[in-house]
Design a protein around this ligand. Structure first.
Ligand code: ADP
Length: 577
């Protein structure tokens, strides 16, 4: 299951809305561009007049005046262009920043169940590759396209006004230009997308080979990995060839039209001038104008191409907004902190239940350990109990209200989940902790760290709580990162905590110590711990054994050991390890 992709209409509506929100600035830039394009028309026009005046006889003073005006026009144009370009860049950045913020809002509000089902890879690709492609298009593309279109239109209008009969010749190259560009644009998006896909594959293969170098060596997979890299390089080479072939048609094709147009204007204009229909000056001006079109037309072609690629990315980025919410908050409020699961079923894929009707009453303040074989459904149950996914059957309620009916903030205050996956954010240790409680004092942060046995190593860091961590800062070991995640949980202080192998990265002794000190701090809170180390179960008030999507045994450690079922077997074999 992939995240949705927006259709052309939605994409277009979004673009229009974005431009409309910044309409004043956009119109201002367009007006300045127009002024600069007009100033650019002055030079050739004066040159034309000069030709006419000189051929009919004029004074040196007049020539000097015309030249001075031309120089002034160039200066004025330069100044307007500078201001317009500056504003256009700021405009591009503003629009892009707004898009980015909106995307971040959408991405962070995305139902976790959807992200988990679609896999984080898709979302990450949209956040990185697609946004990067859009960045270029929005920052430079929109301003450049505006400049090109305005300049081309004004130049053509000027030609038509000045000498309509001669101006017709400008369009001689147009059919060829349109044909070549159309041919190219029809093939380019697919070809370039295929090209990026081959590079993505190549990157993947190389990264895997390097990261797994020792495994590759140990299993003697070297030649196989090399073979894969060669195949990927071959594919990338073919894709490159294909796009290169497209460019070998586009570039000469467009260039040819740039040769045809001025020549046509010169020949046709020369003929008309010899007939006395137009002046030589008008022909001179028009030839110059035709040359001046080269830059803007190239720009237009280039950016249309880039924009067609960016449109694909935009559709993918906007697509994220189309994910339907997986829950609607009601305003019911829980009457107590009791968590109850009734007949809970869950299927990641329709028709394949991984939980088959689970009933569980958590007594407030108790510590429940969930154990069982891998793949039995423990993590899935944990996610149900934390309200991450709405169950596909049955219900999980807190104080009588289904978890998924609670507003997200309320839900997180009541139940929180810590898994093996945790993230260190760029910032200080204190910043990382305050994500859970913005107003927490340093003393409170230290308490939380102490509760997860992390205070000693934090104090050993050069700047203690103020040490920068995350990418670019001090590197935490995975176990330390896990402790920071747990300390955050202590600060959040929810009624119910679900720990899914949350201490798995610590060594067994440290893990047990941490769990005990955590238990002391969390006294009175309900804790559900999914455990692969049985000492967690031993220390818990009750143990639930999950097998094949069902709770098969439930009771205290001593009861279950006495009962002699699977838990007893597990416990005995674990003790002899
Ligand atoms: P445990 O935590 O006991 O190892 P899980 O709850 O992770 O078990 O998995 C239970 C079953 O659900 C397994 O068969 C697993 O393959 C499947 N499963 C888990 N997560 C997903 C997912 N995101 N998409 C599809 N199937 C999943």
């Amino acid at each position: 299951m992939k995240l949705p992709i927006a259709d052309a209409r939605t994409t277009w509506d979004y673009t229009r809305r974005l431009l409309r929100a910044n309409r004043r600035e956009f119109l201002l830039i367009a007006a300045m561009t127009m002024a600069s394009a007009l100033a650019g028309l002055v030079g050739p026009w004066l040159l034309g007049r000069l030709v006419d005046d000189v051929s009919t006889g004029t004074t040196a003073g007049h020539v000097r005046d015309l030249v001075l005006i031309a120089v002034a026009a160039i200066l004025v144009r330069g100044v307007i262009q500078k201001v317009a370009q500056q504003r256009a860049m700021v405009f591009g950045e503003t629009v892009f920043a707004a898009m980015r913020e909106e995307f971040l809002d959408t991405a962070t509000a995305l139902p976790l169940s959807t992200v988990e089902r679609a896999g984080t890879g898709d979302l990450v690709a949209r956040t990185t590759n697609d946004i990067a492609k859009l960045q270029n298009a929005v920052r430079f593309g929109v301003p450049q396209l505006t400049v090109s279109v305005v300049t081309i239109l004004l130049t053509v209008v000027a030609c038509l006004v000045m000498a309509p009969l001669v101006a017709v010749a400008i369009f001689v190259g147009l059919p060829l230009l349109l044909a070549v560009v159309r041919w190219y644009l029809r093939r380019a998006p697919d070809a370039y997308q295929a090209e990026s896909a081959t590079y993505a594959a190549l990157n993947g293969t190389i990264t895997e080979s390097v990261e797994g170098a020792s495994t590759v060596d140990a299993l003697d997979l070297g030649s196989r990995r090399n073979g894969r890299s060669d195949a990927d390089i071959e594919a990338a080479y073919r894709a490159e060839l294909r796009t290169l072939r497209l460019r070998t048609v586009l570039f000469p094709g467009v260039d040819l039209t740039f040769v045809i147009a001025p020549v046509a204007v010169l020949v046709w204009g020369g003929y008309l001038a010899s007939q006395g229909t137009v002046t030589m000056g008008a022909v001179t001006a028009l030839v110059m104008y035709t040359f001046q079109l080269t830059g803007p037309v190239w720009n237009l072609v280039y950016w249309l191409d880039e924009m067609s690629v960016a449109a694909v990315s935009l559709a993918r980025v906007i697509g994220v907004r189309l994910v339907p919410a997986d829950r609607v908050a009601s305003d019911a409020s829980p009457s107590s902190g009791d968590l109850e699961a009734r007949g809970v079923r869950y299927a990641y894929r329709e028709g394949h239940d991984v939980l088959h009707g689970i009933d569980l009453d958590l007594r407030p303040g108790e510590r429940l350990a969930i154990v069982g074989p891998s793949g039995a459904g423990k993590s899935t149950l944990g996610r149900m109990l934390a309200g991450i996914h709405p169950p596909t059957g049955g219900s999980v309620t807190v104080g009588g209200v289904p978890l998924v009916d609670l507003p997200l903030e309320e839900l997180r205050r009541r139940v929180a989940l810590v898994t093996q996956e945790h993230h260190v954010f760029v910032g200080t240790i204190a910043d990382n902790l305050r994500l859970a409680d913005v107003g927490a004092s340093d003393a409170r942060l230290r308490e939380a760290l102490a509760a997860v046995d992390a205070l000693s190593w934090v104090d050993e860091l050069a700047e203690g709580l103020a040490t920068e961590i995350g990418s670019g800062g001090a590197a935490l070991t995975p176990a330390q990162a896990q402790q920071v995640a747990l300390a955050r949980l202590v600060l959040l202080d929810p009624d119910v905590l679900v720990l899914d192998e949350a201490t798995s990265l610590l060594d067994p002794r440290a893990a047990r110590h941490l769990e005990r000190s955590l238990a002391a701090v969390l006294h009175g809170r309900t804790v559900v711990a999914i455990a692969h180390r049985l000492h967690t179960a031993h220390d818990a008030d009750r143990v639930a054994v999950v097998e094949d999507g069902r709770i098969t045994e439930l009771g205290s450690h001593d009861e279950l050991v006495a009962a002699g079922g699977s838990y007893a077997a597990l416990w005995h074999s674990w003790q002899h390890e």
